[in-house]
Design a protein around this ligand. Structure first.
Ligand code: PLP
Length: 437
């Protein structure tokens, strides 16, 4: 598979190049040159096909010959070595639980897949003799998934910058308790300060002469493409195969929903997509008016979806060409914080099912769509474990959430972070010391 830059000013590359680079030299996102068609027999026999086999068949055309097929099979198997169950919540609504991975949010799948692919490429000399450093700024979730995904990955160091006092205790422990090749820098500043320091490092000639710096953010094709798996796994567990589900996706940067749409364009049966958004309504406005206008971020309970200019939406546009076609396949709903709270409360009360704030946005958006389209059934993606957002969830349900065992053990681990000022020269020295400590 070849990939071109959506800015159209860079050479075409293969999966390996696209993964190593992240962004194309012209700053465009990479996009597959063709949409592969999934085997009809895979769709027909999906119930009897293992998740490993499904994932392998879905990703193979995108990876091509850049990774040996046997190794690729191992990589996908390790990527998805936790359950992704579909649970019935009420008569018409099902929850696809994506939070059973190590950091309890769906970004685990993309981060694990990317880290193993990058590890493979580095092992085969892709970075020459430079040390490979994944540099990320995080406001919470992404950093944890990346840290976990790269933990112990040979030949790759990870440096994570996070704002002091602005990530939750669970998130902080996920960044700082690992050690080994994972280095946490606690910055006395805001997320924007962290982001600015990272940007400066990517532009610094001296650092880039000595280190092979790469990012692990959500626009990387190796993080984006494996998210297609969820939609195939959902269909595998869907009972009424002749009545495909409506699928509601809690959306922020629109990477996850775009992966679902890619799966749909490859031949996976889906009735309709719901872009479930919080108060950040850039895409909802676009779908109703046809004009795309980035907006300032609004802070909400579903904070992983607080995005005013979704970076992956340009891929949705590329996939469908024009906005009329996006309108046909997708409907957007914006859910307020009040609705998020009352939905968690309602579903807990009536079904004893605990939603997290992101899942609640997905649930309610789906319920709204089904109420005006009777006769349909659907799935919402439950993208995070409720324990990651205890304040909101416990306020809504009035009861304490049980911490999963493996997290409880992690919470007791010693935390290790280097605390520093928001000063680029300190980061630079830190990075230079990684090579010759
Ligand atoms: C990242 C994230 C989202 C949004 O996914 P996008 O691919 O950015 O649209 C939703 N829920 C949770 C819990 C997340 O971490």
């Amino acid at each position: 598979m070849n990939y071109y830059s959506l800015n159209k000013q860079s050479p075409i590359v293969d999966f390996k190049e696209a993964t190593i680079r992240g962004l194309a030299p012209d700053k465009g996102l990479y996009f597959p040159a063709s949409i592969p068609k999934v085997d009809l027999s895979l769709i027909r026999n999906i119930e009897n096909t293992s998740t490993e086999e499904i994932a392998f068949k879905v990703i193979l055309p995108f990876v091509g010959n850049t990774i040996h097929p046997e190794r690729l099979y191992e990589i996908v198997s390790e990527t998805i070595n936790f359950p992704i169950p579909l649970k019935q919540v009420n008569e018409n609504i099902f929850s696809l639980e994506l939070f059973h991975g190590p950091t309890l949010a769906f970004k685990d799948v993309g981060a694990r897949f990317m880290s193993m692919c990058l590890g493979e490429f580095v092992k085969n000399g892709a970075a020459g003799n430079k040390k490979v450093v994944v540099l990320v700024a995080t406001s919470g979730d992404t950093g944890g998934a990346v840290a976990n995904g790269f933990y112990g990955q040979e030949g790759v160091d990870v440096v994570i910058l996070y704002p002091s006092g602005k990530v939750s205790p669970v998130q902080e422990v996920q960044l700082t308790a690992l050690g080994k090749n994972i280095h946490a820098l606690k910055i006395k500043g805001s997320f924007d300060d962290c982001q600015a320091m990272v940007k400066e490092a990517f532009a610094d000639t001296e650092i880039n002469e000595r280190l092979f710096l790469t990012s692990a953010n959500s626009i990387n094709v190796a993080r984006w493409l494996p998210q297609q798996f969820y939609y195939f796994f959902a269909y595998k567990q869907w009972k009424e195969k002749d009545k495909p589900p409506v699928i509601a996706v809690p959306s922020g940067n629109f990477g996850n929903i775009c992966a679902g749409m890619l799966a749909y364009c490859s031949g996976l049966p889906v009735k309709h997509f719901i872009a479930a958004c919080n108060a950040n309504d850039t895409v909802a406005q676009y779908l109703s008016k046809g004009i795309y206008e980035p907006r300032a971020v609004k802070h909400t309970y579903s904070n992983a979806m607080d995005v005013g200019d979704p970076s992956n939406f340009i891929r949705v546009m590329e996939l469908f060409g024009e906005y009329k076609r996006i309108q046909e396949i997708a409907t957007a709903y914006c859910i307020s914080d009040e609705e998020t709270l009352s939905t968690i409360k309602k579903v807990y009360g009536s079904q004893q099912y605990t939603l997290d704030p992101h899942g609640a946005v997905g649930y309610l958006a789906l319920e709204k769509y089904l109420s005006v389209n009777p006769g349909l059934k659907g799935i919402f993606l439950e993208t995070a474990h409720p324990v990651k957002f205890p304040e909101v969830v416990e306020e809504a349900t009035g009861s304490k959430i049980k911490i999963p065992q493996h997290l409880e053990a992690l919470m007791k681990q010693p935390k290790k972070a280097t605390v520093t000022e928001a000063d680029f020269s300190i980061l630079k020295e830190y990075l230079m010391n990684l090579i010759s400590p």
